[in-house]
Design a protein around this ligand. Structure first.
Ligand code: UDP
Ligand code: MG
Length: 314
């Protein structure tokens, strides 16, 4: 029986792995519950895997998942979460920038009834430009998603496993977990956490991340509103464009002869209407394929049920 799983994605972190293990063991030395550490080697090209296996030999609480290639941080987190056996799952970076000393506080907040606890790197130890960009991104996300999370990108988070195991995770999705959790009606808490400068190894991201994250924000936002009411506004647009097109064609042919420019405008509008219609149909099909809305709602119901039955289940 495992109470807590700590999931750590690792890509080329050979020097950090033993120190990370020492830091976790130290931070949880007096922790009164059974925990495990799930290390996910995301196809490292250095000796990260060997370092992780050395830990498994020494400490039965450590488990390792090894990817055959570099699938990215989100995929590594998702794999670790899938492997995790604890009722509570904590995710954190493996580069010692997050500090396991913050874990007990986060667990306490989960015990108090929160489904997700998000760290806030108040005194962040990264370059000024990165911190600025990240602040702007968090503001935009708060506006677009309606979730006022200060630091969505902070990897140090704690979850009830019933929540995190059922959230969708792809792309750079791990940054959107707080927003998605909110969709399920999850109870969210934020807590200030420590943050250290990277000592060994290098950051795995450059500025291309800004672009990817922006795209993800837009696509998730569009998806969410589209999935709720797929045909709502395209329908109006299609009707308008098509009506204008028909009017133009009629105007082009009424006076006996055919007014070519007007006819051209009419056919253009009509084809635009057709194009929009096709687009709306695809949207409708996508919406009916995905069960996003209901699955978030069901997840929310499960969260509260689990709380109500807690006494009975344990
Ligand atoms: N990471 C990973 N796969 C990747 C990139 C990163 O598993 O393709 C891990 C990395 O080893 C670290 C965490 O994700 O444990 C965060 O990465 P990093 O420290 O490079 O990001 P930053 O702190 O610069 O945002
Ligand atoms: Mg880092």
């Amino acid at each position: 029986m495992t109470d807590l799983s700590i999931v750590v994605p690792l890509y080329n972190e050979e020097d950090n792995v033993p120190l990370l293990h020492a830091a976790i063991s130290g931070a949880l030395a007096d922790f009164p519950r059974v925990y495990e550490v799930v290390l996910v080697d995301d196809g490292s090209k250095d000796a990260t895997f060997d370092a992780a296996v050395a830990l498994v030999r020494r400490d039965p609480r450590v488990r390792v998942v090894k990817f055959r290639g570099n699938y990215g941080q989100t995929a590594a987190m998702a794999a670790g979460i899938r492997e995790a056996r604890g009722d509570i799952i904590v995710t954190m970076d493996g580069d010692l920038q997050n500090d396991p000393l913050d874990i007990p506080d986060m667990i306490r907040l989960i015990d108090e009834g929160h489904d997700i606890v998000v760290g806030w790197r108040k005194k962040r130890q990264d370059g000024g430009m990165r911190v600025f960009v990240s602040k702007v991104a968090n503001r935009i996300m708060a506006r677009l998603m309606g979730v006022a999370v200060r630091d969505s990108g902070c990897s140090l988070k704690a979850f009830r496993s019933i929540l995190i195991k059922q959230l969708p995770m792809y792309g750079e999705m791990h940054r959107f977990i707080p927003a998605l959790s909110r969709l399920a009606g999850a109870r969210l808490a934020q807590v200030e956490v420590r943050h250290h400068p990277r000592q060994f190894g290098v950051s795995k991201y450059g500025f291309s991340r800004i672009y990817k994250v922006m795209l993800d924000i837009i696509s998730i936002r569009v998806l969410l509103s589209y999935v709720r009411r797929p045909m709502a506004w395209p329908r109006l647009l299609i009707a308008l464009v098509t009506a204008l097109g028909i009017a133009a064609v009629i105007a082009a042919v009424v006076n006996g002869g055919i007014a070519l420019p007007m006819l051209a405008i009419g056919s253009l509008l009509l084809s635009l209407g057709l194009f929009l219609l096709g687009w709306a149909v695809i949207g409708q099909m996508l919406a009916s394929l995905s069960d996003n809305v209901s699955s978030f709602a069901i997840l929310g119901a499960k969260l509260s049920n689990a709380i109500r039955h807690e006494g009975e289940e344990r």
